[in-house]
Design a protein around this ligand. Structure first.
Ligand code: ZN
Length: 202
C-alpha cells in the first residue's frame, strides 16, 4: 500500500475523495456546466504517489488543496496534484462513461507531505509554479463548496478512514506538462507558507 507523510510519520490512505468543478473559473475554462450537486469521485490507494511522472501527451496537472482526515475530521493539509488524462476524460464524459481510466491510473494522485492543521480552513490558499511561472492560484474563499460542507456530504454516504484524503478541486490554470518541468506547490494560511514541495517531472 502507498503512504503519505503526515506530521513526520507515514500514514496509509485507503482512498482519496476528489471534488470536481469546485471553482467557477475552472468550470468555465473546461466549458463545463456549474453542477447542481457536488461532483465527487474517488482515487484508490494505488494512485497515491509522492513522485510526479510524465504519463502521456494529454496528461494535465490540477493543483489542489488537500486535506488529511483523522477521526472523521480535517487533521492535516497538504498540496496535491490530481493528474488527469484530459482527452480520454473528455471522451469518457461525452459517452457518459466512468472516468477511472483518466483519473485513477497509478501515480495519478501526487502529494506533498501533510502538516497538522486545526486553524480556520477558510483562510487557506494554494499556489502552483511551473519552472518559476505562477500557473495556478486559488483559495478556499473561492470554492463553491467549502471543506466542512465537502466532509459532511462525503460522510453522508461514504465512510472516511484515518488517513483518507480529500482533494478539494482545482482553480483555473490547468494544463499539460513535460519531463524535466519543475513544479513548486505551496499551501498558504493567510500570507504564511504552511507547505512547500518541489517536484521534477521524471
Ligand atoms: Zn481535480
Amino acid at each position: 500500500m502507498n503512504s503519505v507523510i503526515f506530521d513526520n510519520s507515514k500514514i496509509t490512505p485507503s482512498k482519496v475523495v476528489c471534488v470536481g468543478r469546485n471553482y467557477v473559473e475552472h468550470i468555465k475554462e473546461l466549458g463545463n456546466e456549474i453542477p447542481e450537486n457536488m461532483v465527487l469521485f474517488l482515487k484508490p490507494n494505488s494512485a497515491v504517489s509522492n513522485e510526479l511522472r510524465y504519463v502521456s501527451d494529454d496528461n494535465h496537472y490540477e493543483g489542489e488543496i488537500s486535506f488529511l482526515v483523522i477521526n472523521k475530521k480535517i487533521a492535516g493539509v497538504g498540496f496535491g496534484l490530481d493528474l488527469t488524462k484530459r482527452e480520454l476524460q473528455s471522451y469518457l464524459k461525452s459517452k457518459g462513461l466512468p472516468w477511472e481510466r483518466a483519473k485513477c491510473f497509478d501515480g495519478a494522485a501526487v502529494f506533498s507531505e501533510f502538516v497538522p492543521f486545526v486553524c480556520e480552513v477558510n483562510e487557506l490558499g494554494l499556489e502552483l509554479y511551473i519552472n518559476a511561472d505562477l500557473v495556478q492560484k486559488g483559495s478556499v474563499a473561492h470554492m463553491i463548496y467549502k471543506p466542512k460542507t465537502i466532509l459532511k456530504e462525503v460522510e453522508s454516504f461514504l465512510s472516511l478512514e484515518d488517513g483518507d484524503i480529500i482533494m478539494s478541486g482545482t482553480p483555473k490554470g490547468v494544463g499539460k506538462y513535460k519531463k524535466g518541468d519543475k513544479f513548486t506547490g505551496r499551501i498558504l494560511y493567510k500570507d504564511t507558507v504552511l507547505v512547500e514541495h518541489e517536484w521534477i517531472v521524471s
